[in-house]
Design a protein around this ligand. Structure first.
Ligand code: TXD
Length: 304
C-alpha cells in the first residue's frame, strides 16, 4: 500500500467504534463469555440479566481486572436492553441450567419462554446483529430464536459443536497422553445424547457434560462452553472464515431440511457463510438422521 497523508476529517470519517458484544444472561456461562471476550479484546461487552445487581456487579468486577490483565474494553451491566442497541453480536445464555438427573429436554418449555422474550428485546434494538445461542436445549432454542427474530438463517447460530468437539479432543488426548493441540475431532448432529462424534462413535464423549453436572451438583459446565462461544465470536468479528461445528439451518444438506442441527460451517463476518458437507459413511449418516429426528421431535413440541 502506498503511504499517503491522511487529514483529520478523513480519520474521523473513517472512525468505527469497537465491536459491541452483548451477552444476555450473566450467570456462569454468560459471565465467562464476557471475561474471555474482553481478555482477547474482541470488543466492548454489555452484560444483561433479570437479577438486579448481578450484571452490574460482574461487569464492574471484570472491568477492574482490566488494569491487571492489560485490556481496556468497556464493560456495562444492565437489567434492561437499551445498552445493547446496535450490537454486532449477541450471545444468548439466559435460561435455566441443567440440575443433576435433569435432561436438556426438560428445560424445553421454560427456556423457550425466556429465549423468546430475550430475542424480541434484542432484535428491536440490533437489527443487523448476529445471534449466537447457548441456552439448552440448544438446537430447539436456536430454531426458536431464528423464527422469532425474522433474521436470515446465516445470522442465527447455535453453539454446541465446538464444545462437544473440544470435549471429545480432551478425552482422546487424556487417553493417549498427548497434547490436546495434536488431537482434532468433529462432532455432528444435535447437542444431546444422540450427538455423532466423528470419526467414530464414543459414549465417553456423549456423557462429558453429564459428568460435570454430577461433579458440580448445582449448575453445569461453563468454562469450556464459554470458551467455545467466544471462539465463534472471534471467528465472526475477525472474519476468519474458520470452519467450526455449529448448529446451523439445514436446507437439504445432510439430507435434512428446515431444521437447525450441528454441522461444520464456515464462520465469517456475515455469520454462517457456508455449510460444509462432508461425505458420511452409511453408519454415520444413520446416526446423524437419528440425531436430527430427535431435534425435530423437540422442535415440533414448540409448535413454532
Ligand atoms: O453447549 C451448550 N450449548 C451449553 C448450554 C453448554 C453449557 C450451558 N448450556 C446452557 O446454557 C444451560 O443449560 C443453560 O440453559 C444456559 C446457561 O447456563 P449457565 O450455566 O450460565 O446458567 P446460570 O448460571 O443459571 O445462568 C443463567 C442466567 C441467570 O443469571 C439467570 O438470572 C438469567 O440467565 N436469566 C435471564 N436473563 C435475562 N433474561 C431472562 N429472561 C432471564 N431468565 C434467566
Amino acid at each position: 500500500m502506498t503511504a499517503r497523508q491522511v487529514g483529520k476529517a478523513e480519520i474521523l470519517s473513517e472512525y468505527r467504534p469497537r465491536p459491541k458484544i452483548s451477552v444476555i444472561g450473566a450467570g456462569n456461562v454468560g459471565a465467562s463469555v464476557a471475561q474471555y471476550a474482553v481478555e482477547r479484546e474482541l470488543g466492548d461487552v454489555v452484560l444483561v440479566d433479570v437479577v438486579e445487581g448481578i450484571p452490574q456487579g460482574k461487569a464492574l468486577d471484570l472491568a477492574q481486572a482490566g488494569p491487571v490483565h492489560g485490556y481496556d474494553s468497556s464493560l456495562t451491566g444492565s437489567n434492561g436492553y437499551d445498552e445493547t442497541a446496535n450490537s454486532d453480536i449477541v450471545v444468548i445464555t439466559a435460561g435455566l441450567a441443567r440440575k443433576p438427573g435433569m435432561t436438556r429436554d426438560d428445560l424445553l418449555f421454560k427456556n423457550a419462554e425466556i429465549v423468546g422474550s430475550v430475542v424480541e428485546e434484542v432484535v428491536k434494538r440490533s437489527k443487523n446483529a448476529i445471534l449466537i445461542l447457548v441456552t439448552n436445549p440448544l438446537d430447539a432454542m436456536v430454531q426458536l430464536a431464528w423464527k422469532k427474530s425474522g433474521f436470515p438463517a446465516e445470522r442465527v447460530i447455535g453453539m454446541a459443536g465446538v464444545l462437544d468437539s473440544a470435549r471429545f479432543r480432551t478425552f482422546i488426548a487424556q487417553e493417549l497422553q498427548v497434547s490436546v493441540e495434536n488431537v482434532t475431532a468433529f462432532v455432528l448432529g444435535g447437542h444431546g445424547d444422540s450427538m455423532v462424534p466423528l470419526p467414530r462413535y464414543s459414549t465417553v464423549t456423549a456423557n462429558g457434560g453429564a459428568e460435570i453436572v454430577a461433579f458440580l451438583k448445582s449448575g453445569s459446565a461453563y468454562y469450556a462452553p464459554a470458551a467455545s462461544a467466544v471462539e465463534m465470536v472471534e471467528a465472526i468479528l475477525k472474519d476468519k472464515k474458520k470452519i467450526l461445528p455449529c448448529a446451523a439451518y439445514l436446507n437439504g444438506q445432510y439430507g435434512t431440511k428446515g431444521l437447525y442441527v450441528g454441522v461444520p460451517v464456515k464462520l465469517g463476518r456475515r455469520g454462517v457463510e457456508q455449510i460444509i458437507e462432508i461425505k458420511l459413511h452409511a453408519d454415520e449418516q444413520a446416526a446423524f438422521d437419528k440425531s436430527a429426528a430427535a431435534v425435530r421431535e423437540l422442535v415440533d413440541k414448540l409448535k413454532l
